[in-house]
Design a protein around this ligand. Structure first.
Ligand SMILES: Cc1cc2nc3c(=O)[nH]c(=O)nc-3n(C[C@H](O)[C@H](O)[C@H](O)COP(=O)(O)O)c2cc1C
Length: 186
């Protein structure tokens, strides 16, 4: 199979189970994530890795942040929030760290963070590790960012769930290129 054919089989997966990727595997994944395109080499990214008991703690921080936003949340809703990080044996939080630069606006730094996450996803695919990139309102919740120790110039760009894929994989659909690509030759 060619490299492109291999990459074309990448597909996110929602049901992720133990074992979590090993530290050695994650080191390889981050090696690729940290090679994302990056204007002026600002390296405007960092990652928080949660596994084991720390996933429970992450759920608690999510509950605390959600209650600060809406103190009326039902017990059912709060339980759902607490269980969010338990949907996989590992969650990586990707963060964009904005840096002041005369030629690199914020949007370029967000794009670079997105590219680093995509590199991580592709590396996971090549290593046979299941992944799903999620956000949701908690990714934009400043209380959660504070609880996680993010600085004012930092923002969450994703909750990346990792583990072994379980269950049937959804069918891959390859978009019709003519809808998305316009060619100009003269
Ligand atoms: C920035 C970003 C945030 C996303 N957030 C969510 C999310 O919160 N929940 C979800 O089900 N999918 C989310 N997705 C989409 C999935 O990660 C995935 O890309 C989508 O289901 C399509 O599947 P595929 O990656 O296999 O093509 C997000 C994607 C991106 C790029």
């Amino acid at each position: 199979m060619s490299s492109i054919d291999t990459l074309l089989t990448r597909k996110s997966h929602g049901k992720l189970v133990h074992p979590a990727p090993s530290k050695e595997q994650m080191t390889r994944l981050f090696k690729l994530a940290l090679r994302a395109p990056d204007h002026a080499l600002l390296k405007p990214w960092r990652f928080l890795v949660f596994e084991g008991e720390s996933l429970v703690k992450l759920g608690e921080l999510m509950v605390e942040a959600s209650l600060k936003t809406d103190s009326e949340l039902s017990a059912e809703k709060l339980e759902k929030i607490a269980n969010k990080p338990l949907r996989a044996p590992m969650v990586v939080i990707s963060i964009v760290c904005y840096k002041e630069h005369p030629k690199v606006p914020k949007i370029e730094q967000v794009l670079s963070s997105g590219a680093s996450v995509q590199n991580l996803l592709l590396a996971a695919h090549l290593e046979g590790i299941g992944v799903k990139w999620r956000t949701g309102s908690l990714a934009f919740n400043r209380h959660l960012m504070d609880n996680l120790g993010l600085q004012a110039n930092e923002q969450i760009t994703g909750f990346i769930y990792l583990g072994q894929e379980e269950g049937r994989k959804a069918t891959l659909k390859h978009p019709d290129q003519s809808e998305f690509v316009s060619w100009y030759s003269e």
